[in-house]
Design a protein around this ligand. Structure first.
Ligand SMILES: Cc1cc2nc3c(=O)[nH]c(=O)nc-3n(C[C@H](O)[C@H](O)[C@H](O)COP(=O)(O)OP(=O)(O)OC[C@H]3O[C@@H](n4cnc5c(N)ncnc54)[C@H](O)[C@@H]3O)c2cc1C
Length: 476
């Protein structure tokens, strides 16, 4: 039997419609157990207490905690494709305590102690995700091995020291973030050129599609109605209009992240920036012995243009990075997930980090949009007048942040006063992006500068002024 390519395809031995066309979205979708055949769409007009637009982690966690707070609530989720179709099913699987705004930035927004509280809440969120996965019997390949960030040049080592210094100023000790010597860093991940790095225990490597599909099953068990293949055409106070009917509800939650710009009224709210990934074939145990990552810590290095990786439970590298272009008008298309030059750069970078990988065979290539707000700061909130809530703008740090968002929205919607509703991102309003073509120019210039800055630093050993300027322009 010849090997069929993945996806809804014609095979060598005749046309075949694969039952799960969504499997071709990513390595994670390809290997998630169970069917990806969509459930039925919204069958017609209906009423609910809460209508959620988007069936990614944000929408599913919100539904999950709402159903737990008040099992009597009628909750409807409308998802255009299938639950876990977007970034939630395709990401790098870092369930981390990273929040997409630095402690310094949060302190400028809301004060020193509030910034510390936000970081502590993020740390607790990592464990909350693990606890729910265990309680709901979701085998998402959870491995809380922390994160090692490698410093592979003197400038990267300076950045590692600065990060640890900032953590100390906010009361975080060795148990939260540690500076590593070269030998210590290499004992986690034996990459080339390593001079040192940082280590935090606050991160778990996961299989994201297993978590997304497991959450779907959990919310359905709790009585939430999830309608797949139900595109929302418009949302407004009290109603969500879809192609197959209208949901009337007092509360509506916008959970559309990188896809938000296509909704009427939200064109400039969140810019979709692409992150792309590759997965290798499973590697021999001897190769892993040489590389390390034995407890499955997630890893990256401290270059400007982000790279990230994990050792998967079945012994592959899942490795990703930015660098794919932003598209005019914040458009999102399946073809934008595939940028051969970026895939090749990722493969080269992986082999440069770990030469034992040489010409390693890559089995999967994929990508997806992350949601970037103009000030690079995620937010969650509920407008008490319209009843419309939202969460997003996680940039590349949404795996755990969506859980905190879901709990926060559940508290806001049920009127529960809690510590998490007082965190600084609650009610934060990011400004709109510039109109086009300025947005296109600014974002693509930013991506270009970051990649040129890395080459400049490698060549000269001096920091890039352009990168520092662009970081400020983009509000990082
Ligand atoms: C390649 C990649 C790697 C990443 N790596 C990491 C990582 O390692 N760690 C980390 O923390 N974060 C990572 N992220 C980011 C993280 O995955 C996201 O922040 C998070 O999943 C966002 O969840 P969400 O539910 O808000 O959005 P999504 O998962 O994108 O869900 C939005 C959903 O809304 C649906 N939708 C959109 N418009 C409509 C509409 N009109 N009607 C109905 N439904 C609609 C979409 O189909 C989609 O399913 C990564 C992202 C990508 C793309």
């Amino acid at each position: 039997m010849p090997d069929c390519p993945r996806g809804p395809v014609t095979c060598h031995d005749g046309p075949v419609t694969r039952p799960d066309p969504y499997r071709s979205l990513s390595f994670w979708h390809d290997t998630v157990p169970g069917t990806l055949t969509p459930g039925g769409p919204l069958p017609g007009d209906t009423e609910a207490d809460v209508a959620i637009v988007g069936g990614g982690f944000t929408g599913l966690w919100t539904a999950y905690y709402l159903a737990r707070r008040d099992p009597g609530l009628r909750i409807v989720v409308c998802e255009r494709e299938i639950a876990g179709f977007g970034a939630s099913g395709r990401n790098g699987g870092w369930c981390s305590a990273l929040f997409p705004a630095s402690l310094g930035k949060l302190a400028r927004m809301a004060g020193h102690d509030t910034a510390t509280a936000m970081q502590r809440a993020m740390q607790a969120t990592v464990d909350e995700v693990g606890a729910v996965a265990a309680a709901e019997d979701i085998d998402c390949h959870w491995a809380k091995g922390g994160t090692v960030m490698l410093a592979r040049s003197p400038l990267q080592l300076d950045r590692a020291r600065a990060e640890v210094q900032e953590a100390r100023e906010f009361g975080f000790g060795e148990e939260d973030l540690r500076l590593l010597s070269g030998n210590e860093a290499r004992s986690h991940a034996a990459a080339t050129k390593v001079l040192g790095g940082t280590y935090t225990p606050h991160c778990a490597a996961i299989h994201p599609a297993r978590l997304a599909r497991g959450l779907l099953a959990a919310v359905r068990r709790a009585g939430v109605a999830v309608y797949e293949q139900t595109p929302v055409l418009k949302l407004s106070a009290g109603q969500v209009a879809t192609a197959s009917g209208t949901v009337r509800a007092r509360h509506i939650v916008r959970a559309t992240e990188g896809y938000t710009a296509a909704l009427p009224g939200y064109r400039r709210a969140v810019a979709p920036v692409y992150s792309l990934m590759i997965a290798t074939q499973p590697l021999e145990p001897a190769v892993w012995e040489e590389i390390g990552l034995g407890t499955r810590p997630t890893f990256g290095d401290l270059r400007h243009l982000i790279i990230y990786g994990q050792r998967t439970a079945d012994g592959r590298f899942a490795f990703g990075g930015r660098g794919a272009p932003y598209h005019l008008g914040s458009s999102v298309r399946p073809s934008y997930d595939q940028v051969p030059a970026v895939f090749e750069a990722l493969r080269r970078t992986l082999a440069e980090l770990f030469p034992v990988l040489g010409e390693v065979e890559v089995s999967h290539h994929w990508g997806g949009p992350i949601g970037v707000p103009r000030d690079w700061c995620a937010s969650v909130g509920l407008d008490p007048e319209t009843g419309i809530g939202w969460a997003g703008g996680y940039v590349g740090d949404g795996v755990s942040t969506t859980n905190l968002a879901g709990r926060t929205l559940a508290d806001l919607i049920t009127g529960t006063d809690s510590e998490i509703t007082r965190l600084p991102w609650v009610g934060h309003k990011s400004p709109d992006w510039e109109p086009e073509p300025l947005r296109w120019l600014g974002l693509n210039a930013g991506l270009r500068v970051m990649s040129v800055a890395d080459r400049h630093e490698d060549r000269t050993g001096r920091p890039s002024k352009a990168a520092a300027f662009m970081g400020r322009f983009l509000g990082e």
